[in-house]
Design a protein around this ligand. Structure first.
Ligand code: BES
Ligand code: MN
Ligand code: ZN
Length: 460
C-alpha cells in the first residue's frame, strides 16, 4: 500500500475533510454530509475516518477526525491512519491545514508495510499534496523512513554485515557518494581492534563502512550508526526473550542511512560522512570473552565485563576515527541499552550532548516534527563506575544503575576533538501500532535531526 504522490488533484481525486472535535457544523460541509456524520455518530473524534457516499455507489470523499486536545504536531501524525483506512483511489486534503506538510508526510508513513517476504494484495492509494507542501522533500523524508524500517525489518539471515554494506552501497550510488569498506583482518591492520574482536565470531566478516558525500570544504558532519546485525549477547548469551528482537540491533545504522538520504536529497551544503561498524555478535570458539582486555583504536585498553555490551565497543573505534578529522559535529545513533527503555519507554529515545544550544534547538525540532526525543545527562560523577582494576576502562558497570547514562559516558571517552557530539540511544522499533507507524522497525529522531541540519546549513 505504499502511497504515491500525484502532482495535483485530478478530476477523480476525492476530498478528505479534517474535522475538529465537535466541529462538524462549522466545517462547511454539504447538508447531506452533516446528516450522514450525525447518523454515524461522527463529530471529529481523533483518528476516526468516515467515508462519504456519492451518487450511484460512488465514494464522494471522507471525513477525518483530528480531535482537539492534541498539540498541533501530534494530530498531524494522526493522518497516518488514512492510508490504511481509506478505500483505494486518488485523494486530496480539503481546505487549509496548519500543519499540512506533516499531515501529508504522516499519510505516507502510515501507508508503509513490509512486504519482502509476503506480497499483500496491494491497494493503490494516491495523494495530491496540499498547496505549499514540497513534494520532493516530502518524498525524500518518506523514503528515508521507509529505508530505515525496511533495513530493520529484514531478518538477520538476509541482513548480515555484507547485506548492510550493500544497502549502504546502493544509497551511495544513488547520490554519487564515495564509499569504501575495511573488512575482516584488514580491521586489525588498520587499527580497529574492537570492531574486529566483537565481529570475528560471526560467519560473515565484520567490516567498517565509510561513506563520504559533498564538498570537502563544507562543514564536516559525521554520522555513526551501530550496525550489529544480530546480537546474541556473545558468550554472555541473552535469554530467548531478550534475543528475539535482536535483528533490530543495526537500527542505529539503518537510521543514520535514512538521515543521510534526506541530507543528500536536499543537497545540504555539508561534507557528510557516514561510518557504520557492521558486525554480528556471535558465539564461536574465537568469540571475545568476558575478562578479555581489548586494545582500542583510541589507545585506551578496555576490560570486557560483559560481551553483551558490544555496541559501545564497535562504536568506540568508529567514533575514534570520526573524531580524528575534528569534524564540526558527530552524531551517533545506536540501539545501545535496554536501560534507555526502562527510563523512557520505546517511543521516546534519549539523547546526550555537552552542547546546550544544540540540545535546545533539537528539542524544538523534535516537537515540531512529532519525532519525540528527550535529553538525558552525561552525568560525570557516574563515570567512575566504569573504572577497571586492570585496564583503562571497563565496558560495563558493576551495579547496572543508570545503564543508558553510563553507556553514553563510555562513548564520550572516544570523542575529544569534534566541536560537538550527540549520541542517541534509540529503540528502533514500534512495539504497538501507532497512526503513522505499523508494528516493526522504526525511524527515530532522524526527521528532527534533518530539520536541525537544514536550519543550521540551509541549501543555497
Ligand atoms: N542491543 C542491546 C541493547 C538493547 C536491548 C536495546 C534490548 C534494545 C532492546 C545491547 O547490545 C545490550 O545488550 N546491552 C546490554 C548492556 C549491559 C550488558 C550492560 C543491556 O542493555 O542489557
Ligand atoms: Mn548486546
Ligand atoms: Zn547490541
Amino acid at each position: 500500500m505504499p502511497v504515491e504522490i500525484i502532482p495535483a488533484r485530478s478530476a477523480e481525486s476525492r476530498p478528505i475533510w479534517f474535522i475538529e472535535k465537535g466541529g462538524i457544523d462549522q466545517a462547511g460541509l454539504a447538508q447531506d454530509a452533516v446528516f450522514w456524520a450525525r447518523a454515524n455518530d461522527f463529530n471529529g473524534e481523533a483518528g476516526r475516518v468516515l467515508v462519504l457516499a456519492g451518487e450511484k455507489g460512488a465514494i464522494a470523499g471522507a471525513l477525518f477526525g483530528i480531535g482537539h486536545e492534541e498539540p498541533e504536531s501530534q494530530w498531524a501524525l494522526l493522518a497516518g491512519k488514512l492510508a490504511r483506512a481509506l478505500p483505494e483511489g486518488d485523494w486530496h486534503i480539503e481546505g487549509k491545514l496548519q500543519n499540512a506538510s506533516l499531515a501529508a508526510l504522516a499519510f505516507l508513513m502510515g501507508g508503509y508495510s513490509f512486504t519482502r517476504y509476503r506480497k499483500k494484495d496491494d491497494k493503490s492509494i494516491r495523494l495530491a499534496l496540499p498547496e505549499g507542501v514540497d513534494a520532493h522533500e516530502t518524498q525524500a523524508i518518506a523514503d528515508a523512513v521507509t529505508l530505515a524500517r525496511d533495513l530493520i525489518n529484514t531478518p538477520p539471515n538476509d541482513m548480515g554485515p555484507d547485506a548492510l554494506e550493500q544497502a549502504a552501497r546502493d544509497l551511495a550510488a544513488k547520490y554519487q557518494a564515495e564509499i569504501s569498506t575495511i573488512e575482516g583482518d584488514a580491521l586489525l591492520a588498520q587499527n580497529f581492534p574492537m570492531i574486529h574482536a566483537v565481529g570475528r565470531a560471526g560467519s560473515i566478516a565484520p567490516r567498517l563502512i565509510d561513506m563520504r558525500w559533498g564538498n570537502e570544504d563544507n562543514p564536516k558532519i559525521t554520522l555513526v550508526g551501530k550496525g550489529v546485525c544480530f546480537d546474541t549477547g556473545g558468550l554472555d548469551i541473552k535469554p530467548a526473550s531478550g534475543m528475539l528482537l535482536m535483528k533490530k540491533d543495526m537500527g542505529g545504522a539503518a537510521n543514520v542511512l535514512g538521515l543521510a538520504l534526506m541530507v543528500m536529497a536536499a543537497k545540504l551544503p555539508i561534507r557528510l560522512r557516514v561510518l557504520i561498524p557492521a558486525v554480528e555478535n556471535s558465539i564461536s570458539g574465537n568469540a571475545f570473552r568476558p575478562g578479555d582486555i581489548l586494545q582500542s583504536r583510541k589507545g585506551l585498553s578496555v576490560e570486557i565485563g560483559n560481551t553483551d555490551a558490544e555496541g559501545r565497543l564497535v562504536l568506540a573505534d568508529a567514533l575514534a576515527l570520526a573524531d580524528e578529522e575534528e569534524p564540526e559535529l558527530i552524531i551517533d545513533m545506536a540501539t545501545l541499552t535496554g536501560a534507555a527503555r526502562v527510563a523512557l519507554g520505546p517511543d521516546l529515545p534519549p539523547f546526550y550532548t555537552h552542547d546546550d544550544d544544540l540540545a535546545q534547538a533539537l528539542g524544538r525540532k523534535a516537537s515540531e516534527t512529532a519525532d519525540p526525543l528527550w535529553r538525558m545527562p552525561l552525568w560525570q560523577p557516574y563515570a567512575k563506575k566504569l573504572s577497571s582494576r586492570v585496564a583503562d576502562i571497563n565496558n560495563v558497570t558493576s551495579d547496572g544503575f543508570a545503564g543508558s547514562v553510563t553507556a553514553a559516558l563510555f562513548l564520550s571517552r572516544f570523542v575529544e576533538k569534534a566541536e560537538s557530539w550527540m549520541h542517541f540511544d534509540i529503540f528502533g522499533w514500534t512495539p504497538v501500532e501507532k497512526p503513522a507507524s505499523p508494528v516493526g522497525g522504526e525511524a527515530q529522531g532522524i526527521r528532527a535531526l534533518y530539520q536541525l541540519l537544514k536550519e543550521r546549513f540551509p541549501a543555497r
